[in-house]
Design a binder for this molecule. Structure first.
Ligand code: PAP
Length: 343
């Protein structure tokens, strides 16, 4: 079986229960009642929802999902704060879940959804963008993604037996990745916005105060960490750095967690290695779709290449001083103290 065939998939619309064409106005009004802060310049204000700072673009979708999304026990959610390895986790999960698929016999419901032709964000729908109502994926395992903090997830996700794989990343690299991404995202709008965008120093100070998209970052981690301790069968906790260190090990853990472990035969045939290779930073970044393609979110086109900047551990050293690094480490240590979690 060629890799091309393995990653070609048959379509399978994700069932979305109770989606209504309700006007988002209802949510705009709800959001307008929330406490807000200016946040990073050039971007919209951040709104405080359930003790987390969120941009309206995510918040509207979160409120809609709160009211309408009904998780099924078989669903699997890939959760993360921004810029912690979401794209990679999506790619690996999609590759794991679709590794044995062939196009359907009758060809009637073929889809082109494949890591070769779509950015991983188009392979696995985001909860906050209400993509679950229209998403078509090739995965028989219903895979969804969300940047929402644990306590902001729709109740049915928490209450049902569905599973969550959560990925976090060293805060220094996460911050640097976020600053570059958001600056680039802003640059897509117009140049005046870029000029007014927070400098890396200003954004760093805000990040340290918890004022960042889906921040405070430490609180995002703690929510999932505590939940994973209470319910280890429901939540698998990953670190970007561990994934870099031993990708094969974590790919096998993910497959087991999803309920589709690699068979001895698959392992012998090198399927694990092929999944890892297919989803590596270099492989994905060099695909035409990720070099020159664009990706649409809420009517905004984002260059797919923005999701593949450097993909290395410790890049923060090129952008932050040792002092800044120390400051963030001390904050994280204090905030995570007693939780049993460390970086
Ligand atoms: P998102 O929140 O916008 O979805 P997310 O995918 O979580 O972004 O994070 C992007 C980071 O993951 C980027 O890190 P950097 O800015 O430090 O470079 C990106 O390069 C990195 N990344 C993307 N794909 C991969 C991959 N296949 N392997 C390793 N790192 C990756």
């Amino acid at each position: 079986m060629s890799l091309e065939m393995e990653f070609s998939t048959t379509s399978k619309p994700i069932p979305a229960s109770g989606i209504s064409p309700e006007s988002p106005q209802k949510y705009v009004e709800e959001i307008s009642q929330l406490p807000k802060e200016k946040g990073w310049r050039g971007l919209q204000e951040l709104f405080l929802y359930k003790n987390f700072w969120l941009y309206p673009v995510f918040l509207e979708g979160a409120l809609h999902a709160r009211d309408h999304f009904q998780a099924q026990p078989t669903d699997i959610f890939l959760c993360s704060s921004m810029k912690t390895g979401t794209t990679w986790l999506k790619a690996l999960s999609f590759a794991i879940a679709t590794r044995g698929h062939l196009p359907s016999d009758d060809g009637s419901d073929m889809t082109t959804v494949s890591l070769r032709t779509a950015v991983p964000h188009d392979c696995i729908p985001f909860l906050e963008f209400n993509e679950y109502s229209t998403a078509v994926t090739g995965s028989e395992i219903p895979l969804f993604a969300s940047h929402l903090p644990y306590t902001c997830l729709p109740k049915s996700i928490i209450d049902s037996d569905c599973k969550i794989a959560y990925i976090c990343r060293d805060p220094k690299d996460t911050f640097v990745s976020m600053w570059f991404f958001l600056r680039k995202f802003v640059a897509g709008k117009n140049s005046t916005d870029v000029e007014s965008f927070s400098s890396i120093d200003e954004a760093f100070e805000l990040f340290c105060k918890g004022l960042s998209s889906h921040g405070p970052y430490w609180k995002h981690i703690l929510g999932y960490w505590e939940a994973s301790k209470r319910r280890p069968e429901k939540i698998l906790f990953l670190k970007y750095e561990d994934l870099v260190e031993d990708t094969q090990l974590w790919v096998k853990k993910l497959a087991e967690f999803f309920g589709c472990p690699f068979s001895a035969e698959e392992e012998r045939e090198g399927v694990v290695e092929r999944v890892v290779k297919e989803c590596s930073f270099e492989s994905l970044r060099n695909l035409e779709v990720n070099r020159s393609g664009k990706h649409e979110k809420r009517g905004r086109a984002i260059e797919n290449s923005a999701y593949f900047r450097k993909g290395v551990v410790g890049d923060w050293r090129n952008h932050l001083t040792d002092e800044m690094g120390k400051k963030i480490d001390v904050i994280m240590e204090e905030k995570l103290m007693g939780s049993g979690f460390t970086f």
